[in-house]
Design a protein around this ligand. Structure first.
Ligand SMILES: *Cc1c(COP(=O)(O)O)cnc(C)c1O
Length: 452
């Protein structure tokens, strides 16, 4: 038997007051394996810190989401939100599962094409589509979701340059009862702007109006908001049918379902408070089915979820660098992954666990990243056991937005490995090196040399 490590005794104040009936245990169960693969061995072979993505979890989550909708509605299509995680291996898992691509920039559009997605199965969103991007999208028969009048007029003017009729939808923003209202994208429903845009499209006779789109926000905890959004889109579709005899082919309800992460400062964990795919699907499909749209004209339902489909599959594992005491006596644990690679630490109280079995005793701890910056806080306040220098940790549910929003800052972005269904680890993105960074830089001749 190995000798137990010494831990300094701590005195904890007991907080009086009513305990929650859901009282949560402070003991954090270690997570030593991902899909049966030892995290310690992954860190040894692929370096620390390390992003680990579980392919079986992605497939399982996607299938559950798809089932929730397709069991309630006749025609359902998912389009993978590239900006949520556009590592090509990740995108291709979703494409293998049948998802189209949903992109919000020329760069993402090209990435989807390069991954092999046919142009006519790309949904092109976002406020910034250049004239060149738009022409390419028109010629490829992509679904262009118009964001503002300037874009609408640009597309109409582009019809002089190509024989192909643009396939378009408009993005609609609306009051769905949630705060803050996302009204900076698309055309507003309540003030009549969306209806105005639709009339201009129909009057131009140059564009094929295929659908309507909305994306009401992100991490939306209330399914009622989706019910309202679906009803309002359906209402617009019915008005177009009535006025022009034109039936729309699809309604796109966007993304925004919450993942199981816990928002910063939330009282209960996200696993207990966020709606299930079935809850969201119920709200959206019942609104469509009970709308005035004729049953034989029910449009294809497109969904563009990102966060809720990938968060669960991503892990960030790494190593403890040091422990210290803050001036007020609180414990600080410094780990080797900072907010530059875990952007979502600003949003979430991420679930961080020890990898190896540790002491039963927890203490109020602040977990810092390795950056030389005061804001590099992974967890501001968490009851955490003592992990010593060299011990390992793992952070759960980091699959969404981190591998796209990460910054090369002070240190390099780490390796990303994908665990396939056999538990085999594939390197899907290499860590950067000094050469990667320097290869993008140029040195003016007069600055090449110096003497000190
Ligand atoms: C970001 C985005 C999504 C995905 O949002 P999630 O909250 O990750 O589900 C879908 N559609 C559009 C237009 C987006 O900008």
């Amino acid at each position: 038997m190995t000798k137990l490590t010494f831990e300094r005794p701590i005195i904890q104040r007991i907080n009086a007051g009513l305990p929650s009936k859901y009282g949560m245990s402070h003991k954090l169960e270690p997570i030593s394996y991902i899909d049966g693969v030892s995290i310690k061995s992954l860190l040894e072979s692929s370096g620390s810190p390390l992003f680990v993505i579980s392919e079986p979890t992605i497939r399982k989550t996607f299938k559950a989401a798809h089932r929730a909708f397709s069991s309630r509605y006749p025609k359902v299509q998912f389009a993978w939100s590239y900006k949520t995680n556009y590592l090509s291996a990740v995108c291709n898992i979703f494409h293998q599962e049948g998802a189209w691509a949903e992109v919000v920039s020329g760069f993402e559009y090209d990435k989807a094409l390069a991954n092999g997605v046919p142009g006519d199965l790309i949904v092109f969103n976002g406020p910034d589509k250049s004239r060149k991007d738009l022409l390419k999208a028109i010629n490829n028969g992509s679904l262009i979701h118009i964001d503002h009048f300037d874009e609408l007029y640009e597309i109409i003017s582009l019809t002089k340059e190509t024989e192909i009729r643009p396939k378009v939808a408009i993005r609609v923003n609306m009051n769905t009862g949630i705060y803050p209202q996302w009204d900076r994208f698309g055309f507003n429903y309540e003030n009549g702007e969306a209806w105005d845009a639709l009339n201009r499209i129909m009057a131009s006779k140059k564009l094929d109006l295929l659908g309507l789109h909305t994306h009401i926000g992100t991490y939306i905890m209330t399914t009622e908001a989706y019910k309202i959004a679906a009803s309002k889109l359906a209402e617009l579709a019915v008005r177009i049918e009535k006025k022009y005899g034109h039936a729309l082919q699809y309604l796109d309800l966007g993304g925004g379902f919450a993942s199981k992460n816990t928002l910063r400062g939330a009282y209960y964990p996200g696993t207990d408070t966020t709606p299930s795919f079935d809850d969201y699907a119920d709200a959206i499909t019942s609104a469509l089915m009970s709308s005035e749209i004729k049953p034989d004209q029910l449009p294809l339902l497109i969904l563009e979820n990102g966060r809720a489909l990938i968060d669960e599959a991503g892990y960030l594992a790494g190593t403890v660098i040091a422990n210290k005491r803050l001036a007020d006596g609180r414990r600080a644990t410094i780990i080797d992954a900072g907010v530059n690679v875990l952007f979502t630490a600003f949003w979430y109280d991420h679930d961080i666990r020890p990898v190896e079995p540790v002491s039963e005793q927890s203490e109020d701890t602040t977990i810092y990243g390795p950056l030389c910056m005061n804001i590099d806080v992974i967890r501001g306040n968490v009851m955490f056991p003592l992990l010593k220098k060299g011990d390992h940790y793992v952070i759960r549910r980091v699959g969404a937005y981190n591998n796209t929003q990460w910054l090369q800052f002070i240190s390099m972005r780490p390796n990303v490995v994908l665990l396939d269904s056999q538990g085999k680890a594939h390197l899907i993105r290499k860590s950067e090196t000094l050469e990667t960074i320097n290869s993008q830089e140029l040195m003016p001749p007069h600055l090449e040399k110096f003497e000190l």
